[in-house]
Design a protein around this ligand. Structure first.
Ligand code: 3PG
Length: 394
């Protein structure tokens, strides 16, 4: 793969596609992880004397310039992080008069940020005209937006057809290396931990990982569909009735492949979905009709921590319980702690899992926390990501 280390950008206009799709509350960025993660590539290009033009989408403005989804706050935050001016080109058309003038006036090492690429309706359709407009701004294209790599849009895929040089940035490289090695070339034993509320959103991940892992640990809301598939009562717990047969199939596949598939052996249940509701711990098949499972129980925490002890590579996606409520965060904390304690490559999928790990204070204890939610999931499904494929075409 060609990366920013393989090109000479001195005096050249370099367009860098980043994933600056950050959470905003009243115009303030509430989590700047994705900005910080983009800095190594940006700094490298600045130091090498490139004219660094940054672009990204933010939210889903659906082709309409929505002021609350402007990238202006990102320009400000980046300027602080870089201790350097980041000129914001406020064009509703993204590649408009402001952008063109700002780029024309750039000196080597300057930084310009374009407006939200999804202000243009063509962006998500991967249209040719907008791809060409973006390409016309630069001599070299760098794709560092791993979080967007599962989309085929103008600013990460279409543009590569109209530039001579397209390479990946450090963040993209790092994500592909960690996730790719974990799935395709792992130091074994390889253990995957899957949680979160729905089996349906992880069907292909489970199926693909059962061909790769030595142990698959299941927790969170999706575990109840598996318990039901074993004929156990799950009361009011999350259940996807349409996926009971699928869960059965996956358990058979695990057996056939010699994968150690672990399900919770005890569960924290309550009659209400509330942190203050009286709760109790029950064994398998002991959930009453008016109770719902909200976390894995203490015996399960031990079982899972034990299973992780000998692991050399661990991939985790999805919390073990309703970790946002302190009384149901113990299972998620136990798994994070077990991962922090072992001498292994530990990888956290983006989205909810990354949020949980950071929020619970284990952020710096993991080998890699992905910046891609949907993208890391599709990667674990074994899919080729269009953003990755396109950037490697040249
Ligand atoms: C993400 O946050 O997962 C990426 O930025 C992709 O955003 P999207 O789901 O709006 O395409």
């Amino acid at each position: 793969k060609k990366s920013v280390d393989d090109i000479n950008v001195k005096g050249k206009r370099v367009l860098v596609r980043c994933d600056f799709n950050v959470p905003l509350q009243e115009g303030k960025i509430t989590d700047d992880t994705r900005l910080v993660a983009a800095l190594p590539t940006i700094k490298k290009l600045i130091n090498d004397g490139g004219k660094v033009i940054l672009c990204s989408h933010l939210g889903k403005p659906k082709g309409e310039p929505k002021p609350e989804l402007s990238l202006a706050p990102v320009a400000e935050a980046l300027a602080k992080l870089l201790s350097k001016e980041v000129k914001f080109a406020a064009d509703a058309t993204v590649v408009g008069e402001n952008a063109k003038a700002a780029v024309a006036a750039m000196n080597d090492g300057d930084v310009v940020l374009l407006e939200n690429t999804r202000y243009r309706a063509e962006e998500t359709k991967n249209g040719e005209a907008f791809s060409k407009e973006l390409a016309s701004l630069c001599d070299v294209f760098v794709n560092d937006a791993f979080g967007t790599a599962h989309r085929a849009h103008c600013s990460n895929v279409g543009i590569t057809q109209f530039v001579d040089t397209a390479v990946v940035g450090y963040l993209m490289q790092k994500e592909i290396d960690f996730l790719g090695n974990a799935v395709n070339n792992p130091v074994r034993p390889l253990v995957a931990i899957l949680g979160g509320s729905k089996v349906s959103s992880k069907i292909s991940v489970i199926n693909n990982l059962l061909d790769k892992v030595d142990t698959l640990i299941i927790g969170g809301g999706m575990a109840y569909t598996f318990m039901k598939a074993l004929g156990e009562e799950v009361g009011n717990s999350l259940l996807e009735a349409d996926y009971i047969d699928y869960a059965k199939e996956m358990m058979e596949k695990a057996k056939k492949n010699g994968v150690n598939l672990l399900l919770p052996i005890d569960t924290v249940v309550a009659k209400e979905f509330s942190n203050d509701a009286p709760s109790r711990i029950v064994g398998r098949g002991e959930i009453e009709a008016d109770e719902e499972g909200l976390d894995i129980g203490p015996k399960t925490c031990e079982l899972y921590a034990d299973a992780l002890k000998s692991a050399k590579t661990v991939v985790w996606n999805g919390p073990m319980g309703v970790f946002e409520m302190s009384n149901y965060a113990k299972g998620t904390i136990a798994v994070a702690q077990a991962m922090a304690d072992i001498d292994a490559t530990t990888i956290i999928g983006g989205g909810d899992s990354a949020a949980a790990v950071n929020q619970l204070g284990f952020g710096d204890k993991m080998s890699h926390i992905s910046t891609g939610g949907g993208a890391s999931l599709e990667f674990l499904e074994g899919k080729e990501l269009p953003g990755v494929v396109a950037a490697n075409d040249k």
